[in-house]
Design a protein around this ligand. Structure first.
Ligand code: SF4
Length: 392
């Protein structure tokens, strides 16, 4: 176990309900760059996704393991439908990283899932940092990211907001802090970037950017500004700038017609625009469909239709009873019992037995393939092709 310091009031007890953060640090980049997005997004419901649910499960297990590693009391081990080898390994990697960082410090204070307040800059502002360590002249923030899209540590607005909050809450007790380090822990893609900033530069950013733009965001003031932060904006489908720019991207297309078929280089030139336009278009279509289904909104020229219905029995006991009445033999309405899935069987027999006796019987379904920009962090898949690949 890593030796840690513990000081009254700098323990691991949080003081604010994390569910009601007014200015969520995770959206800070968007709301500071595009200030109207804060009020615009508040008009749309919060929707969860498979990735968000998985991230929440990973954070819960990571916190549980980190609490054990640093000697904090724990409640019951969290369980989720995402439990398995991957979740186990990735959360272990997070905890090992925390232990490595702590080992570099002199008797550090380690705080896990700690609420920090930055309301001196934005009224009501607070957020929850995954891990904060303080030792001598250093404040270190570590953030677990469970997604596969690379997150940069450098100049990361979310991490800077956590750091500002940590300084607001703890600087009085640790006036020697001079430098802030932030580390992104993204075990799924092996990204463990660290970046650092002098606290005077961080305060300058807080006064020049966080306070003025954060307050403009709360007031719904300022100009729309498109950028990478639009990706998870809830208002994207209805954003006038996003719509205007998508349409302008299409109208800028100036393909010189050389023949009936486009050349590979013409197709390659279109891919970034096609990807941007399709992401915007699918957001718009999803929103319009959801409005039509949930609120009965009628969109001129469009209607809802039903797809193919799949059949299933509402009450299987009634099916068995009916089969009996008809004199059908026992078991007539049952299919063969199914073999458990590899992950369920692995849980049942244990990893070692599974590896020794069943692993060789596992086959993998063909994964779906995606065409993504070349700087995507995933390994490239090279298909088997009959002819030499064409490059564009
Ligand atoms: S989509 Fe982009 S430009 Fe539009 S409101 Fe959201 S963040 Fe701002």
């Amino acid at each position: 176990m890593v030796q840690i310091n513990s000081i009254t009031n700098i323990n691991n007890e949080n003081t604010t309900d994390k569910a009601h953060s007014i200015f969520p640090p995770s959206s800070a980049s968007r709301h500071l760059h595009c200030t109207p997005s804060f009020v615009m997004e508040s008009m749309f419901p919060n929707e969860t996704s498979e990735a968000a649910e998985e991230g929440t499960a990973a954070h819960a297990l990571a916190e549980y393991k980190a609490r054990i590693a640093f000697g904090y009391p724990v409640a019951e081990r969290p369980v989720s439908e995402y439990d398995g080898e991957d979740l186990e390994d990735y959360t272990d990697m997070y905890v090992n990283l925390l232990k490595d960082i702590a080992a570099r410090f002199n008797n550090p204070i380690v705080m896990l899932e700690r609420v920090v307040h930055f309301d001196k800059f934005i009224p009501g502002g607070f957020g929850t940092a995954d891990c904060i360590m303080i030792s001598d002249d250093t404040l270190h923030i570590v953030d677990l990211k469970y997604g596969r899209v690379k997150v940069e540590a450098e100049d990361n607005d979310q991490m800077k907001v956590y750091a500002v909050g940590a300084l607001q809450d703890f600087y009085a007790g640790f006036p020697n802090i001079k430098r802030v380090y932030v580390t992104v822990c993204q075990p799924r893609i092996n990204n463990y970037e660290t970046w650092s900033i002098d606290i005077n530069d961080l305060y300058e950013w807080s006064n020049k950017i966080l306070r003025p733009y954060g307050n403009m965001a709360l007031a719904g003031a300022g100009e729309l500004c498109e950028g990478s932060w639009c990706k998870y904006c809830k208002a994207k489908a209805f954003c006038s700038l996003k719509n205007k720019n998508a349409l302008e991207s299409i109208s800028r297309l100036d393909l010189e017609r050389k023949g009936n078929l486009m050349t590979p280089s013409e197709v390659a030139a279109l891919l970034p625009i096609a990807s941007e336009v399709s992401s915007w278009g699918s957001g718009l279509l999803d929103y319009a469909k959801k409005e039509a289904i949930e609120n009965g909104t009628r969109w001129e020229g469009y209607k809802l239709i039903e797809g193919k219905k799949t059949r299933k029995f509402a009450n299987t006991d009634a099916v068995v009873a009916r089969a009996k009445e008809m004199g059908l033999e026992d078991g007539f309405v049952y299919s063969e019992p199914e073999v458990l899935s590899p992950s369920k069987l692995e849980k049942k027999v244990g990893k070692a037995t599974f590896r020794d006796s069943f692993e060789e019987l596992v086959s993998f379904s063909k994964p779906s393939l995606s065409l993504v920009p070349a700087d995507d962090p995933h390994d490239e898949y090279i298909p088997e092709v009959k002819e030499e690949p064409k490059s564009a």
